[in-house]
Structures are given as structure tokens and as C-alpha cells.
Design a protein around this ligand. Sequence first.
Ligand SMILES: N[C@@H](CCC(=O)N[C@@H](CS)C(=O)NCC(=O)O)C(=O)O
Length: 244
Amino acid sequence: MLGSKAHPLHRPAMRPAPPLTLVITNKNYSSWSLRAWLAMTEAGIAFTECMVKLHSADWADNIATLSPTKLVPVLWEGEPGRGCATFDTIAIVERLHELHPNAGLWPADAAARTRARSLVADFHAGCQALREAMPMNIRSSHPGKGMTPAVRADIERLTALWRATRAQFGAGGPFLFGSAYSAADAYFTPVASRFATYGVELDADTRAYQQALLATPAMRAWAAAALQETEFVPEDEPYATAPD
Ligand SMILES: N[C@@H](CCC(=O)N[C@@H](CS)C(=O)NCC(=O)O)C(=O)O
């Protein structure tokens, strides 16, 4: 007699994964949006981009629905505002890794993966002086601005970590872990952009890494879109005055 359990051969049909949407803001300014967007794009994960411009009517009307924290990026599985939301960039990367474990978001090697996660967590919680004094501003050039002893200390500490990681794990390619681009590289691409905007002098190895980050097709596409934007956000422009 058949019991109530389904026969093992009669598996329920697999439900298709809900579509992914990434809510982001201005490409010229939003370093956190860039990180999540790059990680997904470089990993080849399909998603729809939902742009909500900072300080716009669209933002005022929709951010509370689109983001539990009223910050972006937010990853939605299913309908934005109704599906499952992951917020905060580290959580987004980890959720994407759960959904796409073979997409290469983290290095396959355990020691390299541990280093990648450590670098990302360390940056997420630190480098405050650098982040405050040198906000990402892809279209602008402010050489020499923002450099203070605290910023210099952040840069020296961070670039020493990059050099040590590349020396230990980076043979065979231009990225932190060699030829395979990881979420850690996505994390540091906005820093590479800041170094260009503020004309930060770099040692040869760090400069090579910076250039590799800025040269990926995904970063070029993002930067090209950033250059098309015309919004001026005063909070992100400590070294410029609003155009008339
Ligand atoms: N820790 C957050 C930071 C997110 C964040 O600060 N996002 C900025 C844009 S880069 C934002 O949403 N700002 C909107 C506001 O301050 O009102 C993450 O990792 O995602």
C-alpha cells in the first residue's frame, strides 16, 4: 500500500528562482551601489537594475518601499518592495554566493576565500578617513584634495594589504587572487576610482592593480554611464560648488 510520502521518482517540479533586482543610486557617486553591481555583473548573474536617483522625487516617493534601511544597494528576489530583500553590501554578496555558489564571487581555494572575506569585512568596517575625505566622484578630478595624515594612513594600510594579498595569492593575473575577479576586487574598485579622482600617488604594484580594476568591461560600462549623469549632490562634493 502506498503511504502518504511522495514516491522518490515523483519529485515536485523545481520552482524557477525569482528574478533578481538590484536597487542602486547615482553611478557617479554611489560606491556601495557600484560594489554590488560589479560583483553581480562580473559573476555573470542576471539581474534588473532599478535606479533611484539621490534626493529626487522618485527617491522620496519610493525608497521606503524599496529599501528597509532607506539605503542602497538592495537586492530583491521577486518583486521589488514585496519579495525578499537583502540589504547591506556584504549581506548581498553572501546571499548571491548562496544563490550562485559556482559563479566565482569568492575564490574557490579556502585560504584565498578566507582572505577575500577578511579584506571585504575589514574595509566595510574601516577606512573611514579615506571614505569621508575622498568620496567617489567618477566624473571629477580633484588632485591633491582630501589628503590628510589619517587618509594617508588608511591608504598605506589598505594598499599594504593589497600588495601582501597579491604576493601570496595573485600569481598569474592582475587581480587580488590572480586571473579570477572576485567580490573583493569589486569592493576595491571604488577605491581605485577615488585614487584617480584625487590623484593619489601609488607604488608600481598598487598602480597596476588600480588600473586593472578600472579597465574591466563592467567598470568601463558603469563609468560611461556615470559620465552621462548631470545631478550634483552637494554632500558628495566637498571640493566643488554647484553649477548655476
Ligand atoms: N553599509 C551599507 C552602506 C549603504 C550606503 O550608505 N548607501 C548610500 C549610497 S552609496 C545611500 O544609500 N545613501 C542614501 C542616503 O544617505 O540617504 C552597504 O554596505 O550597503
